[in-house]
Each structure stands twice: as C-alpha cells, then as structure tokens.
Design a protein around this ligand. Sequence first.
Ligand code: SF4
Ligand code: SF4
Length: 193
Amino acid sequence: MGNYEDTYLARRPQELCNMCGRCCRVVTTSKPYDELLKLQAENDEGACEFLRIFVPYPSIEAARKVDAEVVDNVIELLKEDNNYDENKLTFYGCKYLLDNNLCSIYEERPVLCKHCPATPWSIVPPGCGFEGWLFLERENTKQRVRKAKEDLLELELLKQKNPSPDILKKIASVEHKISNTIELYKRYGSYDW
Ligand code: SF4
Ligand code: SF4
C-alpha cells in the first residue's frame, strides 16, 4: 500500500481547503489536556508542538461560543464511539490565527498543521473542503483492505496444495505483509471491513 507520505500526504489536494480557519479556531485532541501537559513536561515532540500554538478554552461552553457546530460535531462523534467524557474533553484555539482566517506563521507553521487533515479518518469541521475527498479516501482504503483479505484467503488455498518449502516461505512473507496492512488500520475498524 506504500508509505504514508506517498499514498496520502503527497496526493492530498491542498486546493480543497477553503481557508475557513475552523480547524485552527476550535480543535481537540484524542488525549486529555492533563495528559498533554504531562507529555509536554517529558518533552514529547507532538505534545510540545501542539501546546506551542494551541491555547485551551476555559470550558466546552466557551469553545461552543466560538464555533458551536464544531464542538457539537465532535461531541456527537465521541458519543457514537462511546468515548465521550465531558471531564476529559478540552477544546483549543490557535494563537496564530488572524481575524481574516490566515495563519500569521504560515511559512513556519508546525508539521501538525502541514499534515492537516492527517489521515482519511481525521475529524474535520462540518463543511470543510476536504470532507468529500476524505470520504473517498476512507472508502478506497477499505476496498484495498478487503482485497488484501481476499488475497489472504487465496494464499490459504495455495498452501493446501502442498507447495515446495521455497514457495511456502514466500507465501509466509506475503501473508506477513498483508497482515501488517490490516493491523495498520485496526483502530479504524479494519478487522470488520
Ligand atoms: S476546516 Fe478544512 S477548509 Fe477550513 S481551513 Fe481547515 S482544512 Fe481548510
Ligand atoms: S499555526 Fe497556523 S495553520 Fe497552524 S493552527 Fe495555527 S493558524 Fe492554523
């Protein structure tokens, strides 16, 4: 399936961004704020980078006043995943976003901004220019994983034909690669696709 940079980032059509600034104005993370602070204290690169630009809103309600649709969309998705805990949810706004929705440090913006939306499963604000493209990316990935599963079944049949040890070795290597691919998408549900 190729590496992440080649298969996803390099193909991502940046022109789909309509520069609404919503993904800079109200965002959240999968890790709670206190965990991010701990990681920052341990010099974790991702946490340090995130907290260098993003400032937490004092409450969910304060974030809702800035962009209620984004906040409610995130909460709804977390509830669908049985993953909503009000006490562990913090929203943040970037201190470098200008009133005209442009980034005041665009040339030096962190990698996390350059990679946004970072995966086909990234939660983007409703109406984000990437929505349709991300949907297609998710569906294409699912198709590739389903095909990989079919390939696994075919390899299983091949093994039943008592091939030579050399062939068996090659089959094992291919099986290993395919299994790794399925595992890679495990958190998005690849075993159920
Ligand atoms: S929410 Fe989507 S369209 Fe808006 S600025 Fe972010 S990436 Fe671009
Ligand atoms: S640094 Fe720029 S691109 Fe990144 S979140 Fe802030 S305003 Fe957006």
